[in-house]
Structures are given as C-alpha cells and as structure tokens.
Design a binder for this molecule. Sequence first.
Ligand code: UD1
Length: 432
Amino acid sequence: MDKLKIKGGNKLAGQIYISGAKNAALPLICASLLTRERVTLTNMPLLSDIRSMNLLLEQLGTKIDSHDEVIDGNPCKVYSYQTAQPASLVAPYDYVRKMRASYYVLGPLLAREHYVELSLPGGCAIGARPMDIHLSALEQMGASIEIKNGYVIAKAEHGLQGAHLIFNIASVGATCNILMAATLARGTTVIENAAMEPEIGNLAEMLNAMGAKISGINTPILTIEGVKELHGVIHKVIPDRIEAGSYAVAAAITRGKIELINAQAATLQTPLKILAETGVRISEKPHGIIIDAENCVLEGKDIMTDYYPGFPTDLQAQFLTLMLTADGASMVTETIFENRFMHVPELLRMGANINVHGHASAIVRSVPKLYGAQVMATDLRASFALVLAGLVAEGETVVNRVYHLDRGYEKLEHKLRSVGADIVRIKDDQED
Ligand code: UD1
C-alpha cells in the first residue's frame, strides 16, 4: 500500500484548483440509471470512488466513455453514461463493501425497473450508518422490502407511488435516493426534513434538466411530481466544498496563503466563519477564495458539527487539527456520527494535547510543537487531518493507508507540492 512522506515546516503559498465534488458526482452517476438516454457529467474528479462507482454501473449494463477537458482552467474528466437496458439488477457485496455510496443505485433502479437487489452496506469506521430511512421511505412509496442473505430485495410490481414522507434525520443519502426514486413515481412525493447539502441541489437541478419536476430545491421540503420518463443531459459537477475546506486549513495551519480557485464561498459559510474568528483573513473572489494566515496568531474556537448549513462533519478532523496550533483551548463536538475521533490517537502520537469525552466531544489544547511520526488513519477525512499535522510537525511524518485519501482527494500530493509542501508518495513496490 502506498504511503505519503511529509517533511513539516514549509509555509504554503500559491494557488490550488478545487476539483469537482465526489459527494455530488456519486449520486449524479447513479441518476443516469433513470434514463435510456446518454447522461454526460463534466468537471468530474479523478478519484478511486468514481472508478468504483463506474465499475458497478458497468456491471449493471451501463456503457461508459470518458475524455479529458479543461474546465475553468482545471484539467478534469468528462464521463458519459448510457444504460439503454440494465443487464443486471443486482448490486453485489464486493462493490457495496468497497463503497457505501453504491446504495445510490437503489432508488433509480427500483423506480425504473421496479426491482433491485442491493447488498446491505455494513457499518464503517465512523459509525453504524444504517439505511432504515431509505428503506422506510421506499415502503411508504409502495415497495416491498425484504432483507435476505445480507441483501435488500426491493420490489414495486406496479411501480412506485408518490407519498408524503417525513424524515426523522435529514439524511443526505436518503434524500438523494428518494429524490431519484420519486422522479419516476406515480403522483406527487413530498420529502419533509430533507437534507439541504449543496450536492443535493446539484442533483435536483440535473434531474429537472432531465425532465423531472422538483420544487423546493435547497430547502428542507422537496416536492417531486412524478413523470413517465426522463431524458439525457449534459451537467456540471459542483466544486468540492470539503476539498476546498481541507486546503483552507492547509493554508491556515502552515500560516501560509492559498487561493482556492473555483471554490464556492457560499457553500462554506460556517467553516469560513470559524476560520475568520480564529484570525485568518479570508477574501472572496469571483472565481475562488483567498485564505491568508501569513503572520497570524490564531485563537482556538469551538466547533460543533451539524447538518448543512451547519459545520460539516467531513471537515471536523481537519479543523480539530488546526486548533492544536491555535492559542487556548477548543471544544470540538461531533453530532452526526458516533465514532468520528479516530484521528485523535494518531495525533496524540505526534504530540497533540486532546482529551476525548465519550464519543461526542474533545477538548483540544494548543501545543508548542507537533513531531513527525508513522501514522495511519481509518477514514478519508481523518487521513487528511494527519497530512495537515505532518505539514507543521518537526521532522518526518509517514501517512500510511493512502488509499483512503485517493478515494476523495484528487492529486493530493501534486496539489500540495505546487504550493510548497515537501510531500512525496512512496509506492508500494518502491524501496523507502
Ligand atoms: C453523506 C456523505 C458523507 C457525510 C455525510 C454527512 C456521501 C457519499 N457521503 O453520507 O461524506 O459525512 O453525508 O454529511 O455523500 N442515518 C440513519 N438512517 C439512515 C440514514 C442515515 O440513522 O437511513 C444516520 C447516519 O447513521 C448518520 C446520520 O444519519 O448518523 C447522517 O447520515 P447521512 O446524512 O445519511 O450520511 P451519508 O449519506 O451516509
């Protein structure tokens, strides 16, 4: 398995292009299953999660082609998906095991083909992550759901029927899945307490461009009038707000200055507000955001994760790491997932001062220095937190299990090197 070797201490300065959002791209790919026609997605990030999703769709009978393009100055991939007729209605264990988001095939296939078998995703490093909201909503829309041999078997013999749904949690995954399913259901579906993450707005806009009738986009109440069929589309993936937020912290923690090209400040209001409160200078530009922490003395601030537009859980590990270098103490509270402080024991090995209370909160105290170490993380965002710690640690840090990072950060070491970081990838077969 590849590793990243980082020599800490360099102040980062320059520009970083923000890629298309992984969490927008994954449901958009699955939405292509709703039509026989061709769906083209531009500004796609080059990530292993996208490759995993493509493999699953190919297995379901989707024809995929791709080419390179430069969009807004950033080289990226354009993928086209066409599923004239699904070859299989089974999402097998090996695909779902590798990537939970494989469950996004459930809504589209059930709506279009009235049948689907999906390996039930298990828990993961950050918590149990059940699918009860997705399944209960589909049942309320007339589907029969059976769990057998680790698979969800969902049938809707006469198609799905619109329903008035009230989600007990504003789940991102359930909102995307049910939104897609409802586009081809008979009658009207209302989703109350829908998640409002920008990736859902990106999906709803693409579905409308395909002929769906969705109103209430970017609000907690989505209304979907079912249509008979959807057609092809060309659609652009929004910039990745979590990638942008992660590199914003890279600028702040090294007391550097980075322009995040293509980043959208509107999707990062809460994390940018906290950064500004710590003392970082932030300026919005027409095509990005400048994060300037040069000569700043940062002050620790409290963070509590929440549903959008609250502070994203996917930036918690990175901001927690930043607080180690800010004066005073910060209280970090995680409210979305029950096991999301897995980065803390690794940070402690680098000299951090963090006290975790139960599963939900941590007190982070300023330390004069972090020290390089061999570390490994159990999930994607926690891995980035360790990279951030490595960027400021004295000496050398080796981050193991880089495959986590490859799932969600396109060309991570290239982007960081381009702003002055001393970071190299050590290939599995390469002598260190
Ligand atoms: C998505 C993101 C992930 C992000 C998360 C929260 C993708 C591919 N992943 O994950 O990066 O961290 O949103 O912003 O977009 N829950 C239930 N029952 C359900 C569904 C969810 O109890 O049926 C719970 C989960 O266990 C969790 C909370 O609801 O505690 C939020 O989960 P959800 O918003 O569904 O996250 P994901 O869609 O899995």
